[in-house]
Design a protein around this ligand. Structure first.
Ligand code: ASP
Length: 419
């Protein structure tokens, strides 16, 4: 059995949904299809969540209307009439509307109840369309099958309970296509949760692991895994095949192509992962599998923008001891701050993190209670895997480097932005 995952970019309009159908009818075997919310719906639902929490009726009404119109315009292009799908969609939008007057105490809890509906909407519409096109498909509510704890916005999967339910309810019979949601799950008590932004790849990998899939395919708007982001590197090109290990490293260093948790469930069961273009489904894409070596002839570049460099110094210029480090680390855990680079000397501890983490300035405030804190914002972190000295010289030319770190395969440079 094969697991397919379609991301938001592949379903940003009616054409995308029609394209799904074309990809699906070209194969006859049973499949489980994991789908994200349409286009930028998750961002829009985040804004709606914010408006609900802050009781900002005007902003809520605007975003709500935009999102509803967007979904209606897709439905209108896909179906002529078909009242049933409008009713289902109306029901979901009513749930969002009803959330507005409620007194929500915990932001993250509210977030998951609202943001999870993006995937419910997209899968309901796609499944209705595929049925309308006479495909043998069934809609599955993943919130009843992928069981998680209640750490909202970053729920952890309860593998044992999920295993029981998924292996009972997500096995296609014959040529059946099961349509389900990425990114979301549910607690034992039936409360919706999410697994972290961009988490649909991870959802698909969990299902592939439990169902022992023969392979998993992620359909993207790029030809496969590229050795650099084509927006920033003119000569970016596709990698033919890479190892699970390499893919884990790439995701860890911030390559956007895969969610960092995706590879492990696949590697554990040796399930090959293909990353392919939904625009050119006949092309080979990139294969990620059980290989020993990186034998492509090109380096891989990962550029992370909007970085902040924070230096923590004891006020009395005493040494940085383990006790200080463990205090700082517990704050990282508290605010879920991922460290992208760090260095420490006798009297300071320096690290770099994403500025888009909403808690980064809260962390700085907490650190200031005990330490002197200095920081620089708006930096870029370039990671080069499989570098050579010549490559580094060429790429960095006149860049102003603030921090540099190298290991055998990886070089990282934190730099000021070049205008
Ligand atoms: N829709 C979610 C997001 O945009 C999950 C995903 O697409 O993977 O983050």
């Amino acid at each position: 059995m094969v697991i397919y995952k379609f991301g938001g970019a592949s379903v940003k309009d009616a054409e995308g949904v029609k394209n799904h159908r074309n990809i699906l009818i070209s194969h006859k075997e049973g499949r489980v299809i994991v789908i994200s919310a349409f286009g930028k719906t998750t961002n829009k639902l985040e804004e709606i969540t914010d408006a609900i929490y802050k009781k900002d009726q005007v902003r809520f009404n605007d975003r709500f209307r935009e999102l509803k119109n967007y979904h209606h315009s897709i439905i209108k292009e896909l179906f002529k009439g078909h009242e049933a799908v409008y009713e289902e969609v109306e029901y979901i939008f009513n749930a969002i509307n009803r959330a507005f007057p409620e007194p929500w105490k915990h932001y993250d809890h509210l977030y998951d109840q609202i943001v999870s509906l993006g995937e419910i909407l997209s899968t309901k519409i796609i499944c209705a369309y595929l049925k309308h096109q006479h495909l043998n498909c069934q809609w599955i509510d993943i919130r009843e099958n992928l069981i998680t704890d209640d750490v909202y916005r970053e729920a952890s999967v309860d593998w044992e309970s999920s295993q029981n339910r998924v292996s009972r309810n997500l096995v296609p019979t014959g040529s059946e296509i099961l349509i389900t949601q990425g990114f979301i799950g549910g607690t034992y008590d039936g409360v919706s949760t999410t697994l972290g932004r961009e988490g649909s790849d991870y959802s698909a990998a969990i299902l592939a692991n439990i169902l022992e899939a023969e392979k998993m395919i992620i359909w993207k708007d790029v030809p496969g895994v590229m050795n650099a982001d084509p927006r920033y590197f003119q000569d970016a090109s596709k990698l033919e095949k890479i190892s699970f290990q390499e893919a884990i490293e790439l995701a860890y260093y911030g390559a956007k192509i895969l969610h960092p948790k995706t590879i492990k469930p696949l590697q554990n069961k040796k399930i090959p992962l293909y990353v392919k273009s939904f625009l050119e489904p006949g092309n080979k894409g990139t294969l990620i599998g059980e290989y020993n070596r990186y034998d492509e002839d090109k380096p891989i570049y990962i550029l992370k923008k909007d970085q902040i460099l924070i230096s923590v110094l004891p006020r009395d210029f005493s040494f940085v001891f383990e006790e200080t480090l463990s205090k700082i680390y517990s704050l990282f855990a508290k605010y879920r701050i991922k460290i992208n680079l760090m260095q420490h000397s006798a009297i300071n501890f320096t690290f770099c993190a994403d500025m888009k983490n909403p808690y980064v300035f809260q962390l700085i405030e907490d650190l200031k209670e005990d330490y002197k804190v200095l920081y620089n914002t708006g930096l870029e972190l370039l990671t080069i895997r499989h570098y050579t000295e010549q490559i580094i010289r060429e790429v960095l030319k006149d860049r102003h480097i603030l921090v540099e770190q190298r290991s055998r395969n990886t070089a990282q440079f934190l730099m000021e932005v070049q205008y």
